[in-house]
Design a protein around this ligand. Structure first.
Ligand code: DOR
Ligand code: ZN
Length: 346
């Protein structure tokens, strides 16, 4: 097989940033995907309907004129999110959920939620309005080992939210562990998970390969090989409640290569090709379209895209760096060879 055509895929978890940081990279996602769920962790965060719609306008204005790329907006939940915020946002066809960042869990999460219990009236309203909850699933307690934070989040928080809000639609974002895969499988139809290309392609050794590798640092951090294999099996197996979400998160080279480097891997430049590389490693593309283009739309209750993209088997090299404000942007797998190239999107 030397060519694959699939329905235009979507990115169900994307960081686009703002202003010149956004204009530098938004074209990459538009080249690869039809739509994307846009994360709200700007500084200050996107907390209400008006802010989300204004951010959407800025994204649309930064896109090339002929682009049909559709940003699907989200709200950032804080301790002060109100029922009215949810009611208003859930009426907008451009806003597709609210993101739960446990305070301190990741980049720009300081304004996140300090006590999930206090958000119960908000969850109640979200459940009533059919408004999706996107979850960064990691506990932040300093005594919990960083490699266990997702597993403990499932045990201490997510199971409880599921039990108390059985009808609430939940996307467990960027899962990294076998425990998360098994949790999703054991849930019913109202919970699904996104999987990133980097968590399909690297394990935690990649962070320390011959020295510290800041461009492989993201949150949740990559885990052991047995976890990577569980993710690969879920993605490539065509299981309904797993779908693509890149968590592509640009930080300038200088912000990454620093004594306290930022968390985030930039994959948007070649996201579909990176997912293809993961499927290639399993030698089975049977469910590539299902994972990339169908499961996410089905779970969000949206129509699948009408266009298609084509990838060709050909070796090509990811650039060493890309232009970005302040300093360059180092893409995931910079300088490395991939075996599939996106040749058409329409
Ligand atoms: O690695 C990450 N980077 N994980 C996140 O959850 C946030 C993201 C970012 O915004 O940079
Ligand atoms: Zn993210």
């Amino acid at each position: 097989m030397n060519k694959i055509s699939i329905i235009t895929p979507d990115d169900w978890h994307l960081h686009l940033r703002d202003e010149s940081f956004m204009t530098a990279i938004v074209g990459d996602s538009a080249n690869q995907f039809g739509r994307a769920i846009i994360m709200p962790n700007l500084n200050p965060p996107v907390r209400d309907c008006a802010q989300a719609l204004a951010y959407r306008e800025r994204i649309k204005a930064a896109l090339p004129k002929q682009s049909r790329f559709e940003p699907m907006m989200t709200l950032y939940l804080t301790d002060h999110t109100s029922i009215a915020d949810i009611k208003t946002a859930s009426k907008s066809k451009f806003i597709h959920g609210a993101k739960l960042y446990p305070a301190g869990a990741t980049t720009n999460s300081d304004a996140g939620v300090t006590d999930i219990g206090k958000l119960y009236p908000v969850f109640e309203q979200m459940q009533k309005s059919g408004f999706m909850l996107q979850v960064h699933g990691e506990v932040t307690s300093p005594e919990v080992d960083i490699f266990d934070r997702e597993k403990i989040f499932i045990e201490r928080q997510l199971q409880r939210i599921r039990k108390d809000f059985p009808e609430l639609g939940i996307v467990f974002e960027h899962i990294t562990t076998r425990e998360a895969v098994e949790f999703v499988r054991a849930c019913d139809a109202s919970l699904a998970a996104t999987i990133t290309p980097h968590h399909l392609l690297i394990n935690r050794n990649a962070l320390f390969q011959g020295g510290i590798r800041p461009h492989h640092y993201c949150l949740p951090v990559a885990k052991r090989e047995r976890h990577r294999r569980a993710l690969l099996e879920a993605a490539c197996g065509g299981e309904k409640f797993f779908f693509a979400g890149t968590d592509s998160a640009p930080h300038s080279k200088s912000a990454k290569e620093s004594a306290c480097g930022c968390a985030g891997i930039y994959s948007a430049h070649s996201a579909v090709e990176l997912y293809a590389e993961a499927f290639e490693s399993s030698a089975d593309f049977t469910h590539f379209e299902t994972f990339m283009s169908c499961n996410g739309a089905d779970f969000y209750g949206l129509p699948q895209n009408t266009g298609s993209i084509t990838l060709e088997r050909t070796e090509w090299t990811i650039p060493d760096s890309l232009p970005y404000p302040e300093s360059d942007l180092i893409p995931f797998k910079a300088g490395q060879t991939l075996h599939w190239k996106l040749v058409a999107n329409g």
